[in-house]
Design a protein around this ligand. Structure first.
Ligand SMILES: *[C@@H]1O[C@H](CO)[C@@H](O)[C@H](O)[C@H]1NC(C)=O
Ligand SMILES: *[C@@H]1O[C@H](CO)[C@@H](O)[C@H](O)[C@H]1NC(C)=O
Ligand SMILES: *[C@@H]1O[C@H](CO)[C@@H](O)[C@H](O)[C@H]1NC(C)=O
Ligand SMILES: *[C@@H]1O[C@H](CO)[C@@H](O)[C@H](O)[C@H]1NC(C)=O
Ligand SMILES: *[C@@H]1O[C@H](CO)[C@@H](O)[C@H](O)[C@H]1NC(C)=O
Length: 328
């Protein structure tokens, strides 16, 4: 989620820039915000203008967007993450997308469990202190610890997935929006281990940065920073036009980042120890003039077959699911 612009609905398709195969574009019935992928290969999709969680099977011949569940007292769904096998946590709220403000007291954390024949939906708790609950991730070494980007407060909250209890895990200037709402600071959040150390990678939309910070778990349950935040990439020019939204990390540690208004960028870790991260545009462009990709909000790799595992699914605030074959 980032500073919202009016959606433009388009029917496509045009060829991808630097990927060898033409992306396939599916048109969802609603603008899209976030994506998680089930072990079954099905995509789970959220929207900031709908309280209904959607599923889409990209392996079906003519897949349809199906409602999984409609959450009560909500207008908006943001971050979603699978934090235990088959169990997803997601954020529901009443959100004004003009002001990028969530109604205080309206943000709830829910779990959706796909282990039985029908999804089991449960409210974990109301998140009273979070201002703009955006990206959501979890700590694999302690799976009931969720981490949530608060884009207006510029902090990352720790949420107990059993009780909904919250505490501030990380507060750092690199997470601030540096402007009042509707500006969005820390946005997408994802964990990747380097050796035994978990790193929290995050984008800051308004600052146009991609950063990481090492984490440590104190006494088995309190997450804090284990070092200084490192800024790995700044998208030039760092102005109001080019803003990174959510992203996904691949097995090689590369980040596939949705950059508004219209690019999928790849940030690659340095080849040598003291080298710099590199940036390239994989699809679309940072000026937003390629109709193949407009307002990308998040991305996730497929799951299941090897074909699915090399497919990257990018969702957009124009309601597209763009399927990109990343195999080389
Ligand atoms: C898929 O949709 C196309 C276009 O509507 C149609 O021609 C085709 O028969 C459908 N295929 C299946 C397997 O339903
Ligand atoms: C919706 O919110 C109202 C007012 O806070 C509350 O009374 C009601 O129980 C909520 N409904 C559900 C299904 O959570
Ligand atoms: C969102 O906020 C704007 C500006 O305060 C207001 O004009 C608009 O009515 C609000 N929208 C909703 C759905 O409440
Ligand atoms: C964990 O964090 C909470 C809230 O920030 C704090 O009250 C508590 O003392 C911390 N516990 C430990 C063992 O650090
Ligand atoms: C990394 O980037 C910095 C700042 O742009 C530059 O000074 C430095 O030479 C670069 N290092 C390498 C190894 O390219």
């Amino acid at each position: 989620m980032r500073r919202f612009a009016l959606p433009i609905f388009l029917s496509l398709v045009s060829a991808g820039a630097s990927l060898s195969r033409t992306p396939v574009v599916y048109e969802a019935p609603v603008i899209l915000e976030n994506i998680a992928v089930r072990a079954s290969s099905q995509l789970l999709l959220t929207s900031i203008v709908s309280p209904t969680l959607l599923s889409f099977d990209p392996t079906a011949i003519n897949g349809t967007f199906d409602a999984v569940h409609t959450f009560p007292n909500a207008t908006s769904l943001t971050g979603i993450v699978e934090y235990r096998p088959g169990v997803f946590a997601l954020l529901a709220s009443i959100t004004n997308t003009t002001t990028n403000r969530m109604v205080p007291g309206s943000i709830a954390l829910w779990s959706v469990e796909f282990t039985g024949s029908t999804p089991l939906v449960r409210e974990i708790g109301v998140l009273a202190y979070i201002t703009l609950a955006n990206g959501l991730t979890f700590l694999p070494s302690a799976p009931d610890i969720l981490l949530c980007a608060d884009s207006v407060s510029g902090v990352v909250w720790q949420i107990d997935a059993r009780t909904g209890a919250t505490r501030i895990a990380i507060q750092d200037p690199s997470m601030n929006p540096d402007a009042p709402a509707p500006a969005v600071g820390v946005d997408g959040v994802h964990i990747r281990f380097e050796g035994a150390t978990p790193y929290l990678y995050f984008t800051n939309a308004e600052k146009a940065t991609f950063s990481r910070v090492a984490l440590k778990l104190n006494h088995g349950f309190n997450v804090t920073a284990a070092g200084a935040v490192q800024t790995l990439a700044t998208i030039p020019p760092a102005d109001q036009q080019q803003q990174p939204d959510d992203f996904t990390l691949d097995e090689r540690g590369r980040a596939w980042v949705g950059v508004w208004p219209g690019a999928l960028m790849v940030f690659s870790p340095p080849a040598t120890r003291n080298g710099n991260w590199t940036q390239m545009t994989a699809l679309g462009n940072v000026d937003g003039t390629d109709p193949a990709l407009l307002h990308p909000t998040s991305a996730a790799f497929g799951r299941g077959s090897s074909v699915q595992r090399s497919m990257l699914y990018v969702v957009t605030a124009t309601g597209q699911v763009v399927a990109i074959d990343t195999s080389e």
